[in-house]
Design a protein around this ligand. Structure first.
Ligand code: FNR
Length: 342
């Protein structure tokens, strides 16, 4: 099976798999404020995180690596949606286009469609500095995501088995390129120990990519008879992973992703410590099943709803939202207590 066929399989299975949503976000509750002392028009969604100036905390996370005509079409439409809504957009892994120049147009279209937007390149942790420079140059990227996908690789019979030296490569890349590095998980979450190692290796941001949304163990297990089913329930749920990361971030921005599909969960993710929230499967499903116009409307709607939630909480900015009082209960509380996180 070619790389591009395999990636199309990922898209099909990711869409089929979207019914089991995580409920861990229910553990986090905002405390209602009857006197928010704010006008809706006071609310601002823009923020500066590290070197990136974002007009919205919501962004389109990496999808559709692998090249081919389908990647081109999806990347083009996601880029148009990003431009119309002012959100940042990451592309899927560019390794196929690094190996085969004929694939580059499937990524370059993202910058062509959105010349002034924030566009983020993407590679795996096997990448070299030369790979990283090529990926960044290919789309004039404002940042580079390096994804960590150990569980996905282990679940694929043809996947990688050698996970040594990733941290050293990440460190070399972050020293060798002139855009910030975002190290991201792809749906299994990051522990605070991982986050500490990544920050000491020079990552400008981490995207915790927690469990509760697109599940690559399930996707890979479904694609074949021989499977590793115990990985289907592996990983750190997204809100818990954000809290783990925030506990050691020392002000370095944390990005939350994995299973976001509502404005309320986005607001909760920001309130517990994320500075931006990435959505992948939810946006892809809308695009593939309902089209570009509906995706644009949905992103605008998320912005409107987030503004309403922030108004109810008296939060004029994303940094105000981070100070909103919350209650943490259930499994998340239990986890934080055992890990000694306040
Ligand atoms: C992805 N994701 C991904 N991530 C990455 O860093 N490089 C990649 O090439 C891809 N490819 C990809 C394809 C498809 C079809 C999907 C749905 C996802 C992972 C993605 O960025 C994100 O980390 C996870 O999907 C979890 O977020 P959601 O989908 O639960 O919002």
């Amino acid at each position: 099976m070619s790389r591009s066929e395999r990636k199309w399989d990922h898209i099909r299975f990711a869409l089929e798999d979207r019914q089991n949503r995580s409920t861990v976000f229910d553990d986090i509750q905002f405390i209602h404020q009857s006197l928010p002392n704010i006008h809706v028009s006071d609310v601002r969604l823009n923020d500066v995180i590290g070197e990136l100036s974002l007009s919205s905390p919501i962004f389109i996370n990496a999808m559709t690596g692998g090249g081919g005509e389908k990647t081109y079409q999806i990347n083009k439409q996601l880029a148009i949606a990003a431009k119309h809504t002012g959100v940042a957009m990451a592309v899927g892994s560019q390794m196929s286009a690094i190996k085969d120049k004929r694939e580059r147009y499937t990524y370059e279209i993202v910058r062509k469609e959105n010349p002034n937007g924030i566009v983020i390149a993407n590679l795996g942790s096997e990448a070299t500095i030369e790979n990283a420079k090529l990926a960044i140059g290919m789309i004039g990227a404002n940042a580079l995501q390096i994804h960590l996908n150990v569980i996905q690789e282990l679940t694929m019979p043809e996947g990688d088995r050698d996970f040594t030296d990733s941290l050293n490569r990440i460190e070399r890349i972050s020293r060798g390129v002139d855009v910030p590095i975002i190290v991201k998980e792809v749906g299994f979450g990051m522990s605070r120990e991982t986050v500490e190692s990544l920050f000491s290796a020079g990552a400008a941001f981490v995207d915790v990519g927690g469990s509760g949304g697109t599940n690559f163990a399930e996707i890979e297990n479904k694609r074949r008879k021989q499977s590793l089913p115990f990985f289907n329930n592996w990983g750190i749920p997204t809100p818990i992973s954000i809290l783990e990361a925030a506990s050691v971030s020392n002000g370095i921005p944390i990005i939350g992703s994995g299973g976001f599909s509502s404005s309320l969960d986005i607001a909760k993710g920001l309130a517990i410590g994320a500075s931006a929230i990435g959505l992948a499967g939810f946006f892809l499903q809308i695009l593939v099943e309902e089209g570009l116009d509906v995706l644009v409307e949905e992103i605008k709607n998320l912005h409107m709803e987030l503004t309403m939630i922030m108004t109810a909480l008296g939060a004029k900015s994303i940094s105000d939202l981070k100070k909103a009082p919350i209650i943490i209960s259930g499994k998340t509380y239990h986890w934080l207590t055992q890990r000694g996180i306040d």
